[in-house]
Design a protein around this ligand. Structure first.
Ligand SMILES: Cc1cc2nc3c(=O)[nH]c(=O)nc-3n(C[C@H](O)[C@H](O)[C@H](O)COP(=O)(O)OP(=O)(O)OC[C@H]3O[C@@H](n4cnc5c(N)ncnc54)[C@H](O)[C@@H]3O)c2cc1C
Length: 314
């Protein structure tokens, strides 16, 4: 089922597994179950660190990724190919012991969540915004044993999706109640759960950029590289890039998609030490004697010596 190029790429990634994995596979006699079994056989054939074990999960076909002697809450009800293939690779590596690439503060917030939370995300394999949501919920499940997540392919579990009135993907349910529809970041999930994800902005910035699209990210990286204290406020890191499917006119890459480019912009800003304040907007700007004072829609006040406006078409 997996072609030889994908197999050799995946085999390379699987060399990074720190622990042995056991995948619990819940399959029946239907065609989709056969496909899933074949897919997982292919994955397991690439490393001795993965074994498959037949089991019964709440949906068939589905599978759950555990460490050999430790249960985790990461389940896939559907074959994660297409845009979800990366979600599978990351889930295997993270359940296998690789720490998710998140800010230490965000990891702390996730680990402090108490009470059992089970997320179900309804996705489609062609949806561009779904992998980020699936990956965010999987990371949360890996980091906190109170949290579990099942990705459900709406094209396989059509009746269930209809019963739940899922009209758009991704749609997320928490403990069987509607939670969110559309792209949502890990910070926004935490905020909806009542966690405080605000970054420390007590000290004024030298340069504050309003907007986190390509223009804002470029301005931020260039400012930070000059050694000045730089921050970015943006509702969405990536801006219009997030609404873009195939991008083919960047001279440094053959082809990319909006979600990957937005992640690269965010990672490059972090790498260069830019403070990112996202999921909120600048509502008001006032000028004091030597500083600008920006009031954000989440009521945070941020001070800065200079402002660069890069709000794109908004
Ligand atoms: C569907 C589509 C496909 C495209 N395809 C391509 C392509 O293939 N190749 C190409 O070169 N270009 C493409 N473009 C155009 C490209 O995406 C834009 O030119 C580019 O994103 C503009 O970058 P920007 O940083 O100026 O603004 P934007 O990307 O618009 O970013 C604006 C930023 O400002 C933030 N913002 C706005 N108001 C506030 C506020 N008050 N407070 C805080 N933050 C705020 C937003 O959240 C966002 O982060 C496409 C655009 C679209 C819509």
């Amino acid at each position: 089922m997996l072609d030889s190029t994908i197999k050799s790429q995946l085999a390379e990634y699987l060399k990074l597994l720190d622990n042995d994995l056991e995948i619990i596979v819940s399959v029946g006699d239907d065609e989709k179950s056969k496909e899933m079994q074949e897919f997982l056989n292919d994955v397991a054939s690439l490393t001795p660190k993965i074994t498959l074990k037949a089991g019964v999960l709440s949906r068939t076909p589905s599978f759950k990724i555990n460490q050999k002697n430790k249960e985790f809450g990461v389940e896939f009800a559907g074959i994660p190919t297409g845009h979800e293939f990366n979600s599978l690779v990351l889930a295997l590596l993270q359940v296998g012991g690789r720490t998710p690439k998140l800010e230490p503060e965000i990891i702390k917030q996730i680990q402090s969540i108490e009470g059992k939370l089970h997320f179900t995300s309804y996705i489609s394999l062609t949806c561009q915004n779904c992998p980020d949501v699936v990956q965010a919920l999987n990371m949360m499940s890996v980091l906190n044993p109170n949290i579990s997540h099942t990705m459900v392919d709406g094209a396989v579990f059509t009746e269930e999706a209809e019963e739940k009135d899922v009209f758009a993907v991704p749609t997320v349910f928490l403990n069987d109640e509607f939670f969110s529809s559309g792209r949502i970041s890990i910070e926004e999930i935490l905020e909806k759960l009542g966690k405080d994800t605000t970054v420390d902005v007590t000290e004024p910035f030298d340069v504050l950029i309003i907007g986190g699209g390509p223009a804002g990210a470029s301005a931020a990286i260039y400012s930070a590289r000059k050694g000045v204290k730089t921050g970015v406020v943006a509702e969405r890191i990536g801006g219009q890039v997030l609404d873009t499917q195939g991008i083919e006119n960047l001279i440094s890459v053959g082809k990319t998609d909006g979600s990957s480019l937005a992640n690269t912009l965010e990672n490059n800003m972090k790498y260069n030490g830019v403070t990112i304040i996202k999921g909120t907007k600048v509502d008001k700007v006032t000028k004091t004697d030597d500083l600008f004072e920006l009031t954000l829609t989440n009521n945070t006040i941020v001070k800065t010596k200079t402002i660069i406006v890069a709000t794109g078409a908004d």
